[in-house]
Design a protein around this ligand. Structure first.
Ligand code: URA
Length: 256
């Protein structure tokens, strides 16, 4: 995971420009956090233990449809989860999708990025973050001294909402068990959430705003999660890239 300064120099300088930072990143000499305890084989209920009484918390999840998925190595579990996603009809998005977008990456990834949901390019290709926002995410990953193939990239929502609208709460509730199973299979050392939707989905708190929460660590099933801005937001608000770069440096420090 070391930073190949010479190999990445051009990319880093380009990202220096993209992210509005004036120095090449330094890999901080932080100690890696202790490995989180192995999660139980079953999917946890709604992370906030939420009840539908509070409309600002996610209602309990129904993950019975995944109860038969066997525990096992991530390399075996992830394709099974992707297969379930491919046949999913748990919400109306199945009627308008071209492809499901389960996520992709290394089954032994130490770092998991979680976005909101597929856009047009992702819907067409079945791959996460391949459009303009994905190109910026790729450069962010390279600037961190990592390779896209070495991390895992997934979304809360696995099917494109029409016209790229924000996913509805019912769609998040229907889809979240897939992400949760992916996380439990992967057990990454760190999760970097991109934008408000994955922050809200993994905290269960629909009121949580990204501007206040970014850069502050929360945990899901013992795994540290660091929220930062979504690359699409950074494309629209280049001034925020500097702040996002600080968040990514914090992620790098957590990875050690
Ligand atoms: N935005 C997301 O949140 N996810 C993608 O896969 C692409 C764009």
């Amino acid at each position: 995971m070391g930073l190949d300064l010479y190999g990445n120099l051009g990319e880093l300088l380009r990202l220096d420009h993209d992210l509005g930072v004036s120095m090449l990143p330094r890999i901080p000499a932080a100690q890696p956090p202790p490995a989180p305890a192995r999660a139980p084989a079953t999917v946890a209920p709604s992370p906030a233990g939420a009840t539908p009484r509070d409309p600002a918390t996610l209602p309990p999840l129904d993950d019975r449809h995944l109860a038969d998925l066997a525990d096992g190595p991530a390399a075996e579990q992830l394709p099974q989860i992707a297969q379930r996603i491919a046949g999913c009809q748990r919400c109306g998005l199945c009627q308008t999708r071209r492809n499901t977008v389960p996520g992709e990456g290394a089954s032994d990834a130490a770092l998991l990025f979680v976005g909101e949901g597929p856009g047009a390019e992702e819907d067409a290709s079945g791959r996460p973050f391949v459009g303009k926002a994905g190109q910026l995410l790729d450069r962010m990953i390279v600037a961190m001294g990592l390779r896209r193939e070495a991390v895992y990239i997934a979304n809360v929502i696995k099917c494109r909402p029409p016209d790229n609208r924000t996913p509805e709460t019912s769609e998040i509730v229907a889809c979240l068990p897939y992400l949760q199973r992916q996380i439990l299979a992967l057990r990454p050392r760190v999760i970097c959430t991109l934008g408000a939707i994955p922050l809200q989905a993994l905290t269960g708190d629909l009121r949580r705003g990204i501007t206040r929460a970014r850069g502050t660590v929360f945990t899901w099933q013992g795994i540290p999660c660091l929220p930062t801005f979504h690359p699409s937001y950074l494309l629209r608000n280049p001034d925020a890239k500097k702040t996002a770069w600080k968040d990514l440096q914090a992620v790098m420090a957590m990875l050690g």
